[in-house]
Unconditional design. Structure first.
Length: 130
């Protein structure tokens, strides 16, 4: 399995995904070319606890088959419209700093997104008995 970051292997948690879907907080939008699945994007809906009554969506995993030009862009735009229809006020797409999506920030800028935060990651397994 490939690593997302050092020590963080990629592997979908199908049980958690099913539970989130049952709660209605997981939204998955797919891209198809004919009958072939060529991409998907997932979003997790939640309330912004720092902004009373504001429904937000955090982008989860996403994938577009290499060589299917434009599918990623269409997935973003269509998913934003779906989220808007569901009452979401703010969408928080992300990009990884490593791998194929390292340059996707240019897409977000062209679509009117603004960088509003830096998310840091800390592996807590190596804290020891502090």
């Amino acid at each position: 399995m490939p690593e997302l970051e050092p020590g963080r292997r990629f592997g979908l948690d199908l049980v958690a995904l099913a539970q989130m879907d049952n709660l209605g907080v997981l939204k998955i939008i797919t891209a198809r070319r004919g009958s072939e699945l060529v991409g998907y994007i997932s979003w997790v809906l939640q309330f912004d606890l720092e902004s009373f009554g504001t429904l937000i969506a955090q982008q989860g995993s996403w994938y577009v088959k290499p060589g299917v030009w434009g599918a990623g862009w269409k997935l973003q735009l269509q998913s934003w419209e779906l989220l808007r229809q569901l009452g979401v006020k703010w969408a928080y797409p992300h990009q990884r700093t490593l791998g194929r999506s390292a340059g996707v920030g240019r897409w977000f800028e062209r679509a009117g997104c603004k960088p509003v935060m830096i998310v840091w990651a800390r592996n807590l397994e190596d804290l020891g008995d502090a």
